[in-house]
Design a protein around this ligand. Structure first.
Ligand code: 13P
Length: 249
């Protein structure tokens, strides 16, 4: 059985006071909850990890540098993230690909840097609206998988999040058939590259306007193992029903 995961990406939202949401979330989570990860902004990682110790929630970062250390003002290394107590790091989010010009090969190096510090990499892929409208989605996804994933991917060190750029923060969600098609395609590509045994166990998350209202439908797709949630992860009262929907799927 593949593990199910619900990950919340707080993006550039939240200060220390918002960490109270972790305890609220823990009380609202069902007893049979899947794995839950919260990725707060970097300055909150240490406090979040400490606060989450009394809960079943795990903590992740939103990005890491590809190098272990050096003259990279403002960046943080995977070792620094691990040092806060966090266990996961998102790499290749489309907001970083766009706003920070990150390329597939940078993301591949970041995933390797994450592994070197015993962090699980949550590698993001997804097509733009332009690619979507030109029916290029599967080509783009194939290219991002080939370029962003290192050769040593395992079901323990990697989670893949499919986030169509046009669905992020827009309230627009692909149809269930579209989500299923891309997730099936990702699983088949992983099987070709890493073998069916590994591919079958890698968690595939869907991200992009996941809300309490649409989560149950999205989780119906066979190869959707959970969600990477932005806006609806900020408040425990929004995120908890998504977690419950995943537990019931
Ligand atoms: P929203 O859930 O706000 O659309 O964001 C999705 C996302 O980018 C998560 O990484």
């Amino acid at each position: 059985m593949r593990r199910k995961l619900a990950a919340g990406n707080w993006k550039m939202n939240g200060t220390a006071a918002d960490l109270a949401e972790l305890n609220v979330l823990a009380t609202l989570m069902p007893a049979d909850a899947p794995e839950v990860i919260i990725c707060p902004p970097a300055p909150l990682l240490y406090r979040a990890s400490t606060a989450a110790q009394a809960t079943p929630i795990s903590i992740g970062a939103q990005d890491c540098h590809m190098q272990a250390s050096g003259a990279f003002t403002g960046d943080i290394s995977a070792a620094m993230i691990a040092d806060t107590g966090a266990a996961y790091v998102i790499v290749g989010h489309s907001e970083r690909r766009e706003a920070h010009a990150e390329r597939d090969r940078d993301i591949r190096k970041k995933a390797k840097a994450a592994w070197a510090s015993n962090l699980t990499a949550i590698i993001c892929i997804g097509e733009t609206l332009e690619d979507h409208e030109a029916n290029n989605t599967l080509d783009i996804i194939a290219g991002q998988l080939a370029g962003s994933l290192p050769s040593a991917v395992t079901a323990e060190n990697t989670i893949i999040a499919y986030e169509p750029v046009w669905a992020i923060g827009t309230g627009k969600v692909p149809t269930l058939d579209q989500i299923a098609e891309v997730h099936d395609f990702i699983r088949s590509k992983l099987a070709i590259r890493y073998g069916a045994d590994i591919a079958d166990m890698i968690p595939l998350l869907y991200g992009g306007s996941v809300k309490p209202e649409n989560a149950a439908l999205i989780f119906e797709a066979e190869n959707v193992d959970g969600a990477l949630v932005g806006g609806a992860s900020l408040k425990a009262t929004d995120f908890a029903p998504i977690i419950s929907a995943l537990a019931q799927s």
